[in-house]
Design a protein. Sequence first.
Length: 95
Amino acid sequence: MIKVLQLVTAQEIIGEIEEQGSDYIVKEPATIHLVPQNNGSTFGIGLIPFMPYVDGKVTINKDKVVIAADPSVEMRNNYSKMFGAGIQIANVMPR
């Protein structure tokens, strides 16, 4: 399941999360960054691979996580398009 984790360092990570005892196993983790747009008057969101030099999974001890939450549909779709299978979830169901 795709989740967002905020670490005690304030770093935010999104990825495919599996809970294993006192750890989160995060597959294809990415950090979430605010990216200035329009000369800094607005901000967008950027996803950057987290520890891109490791073999696709990282283990994070749960005591290093402040918040674990479900991402918005838009964030989940952006992550899936960049790092996952590319499957997107519709925001609104057709009638």
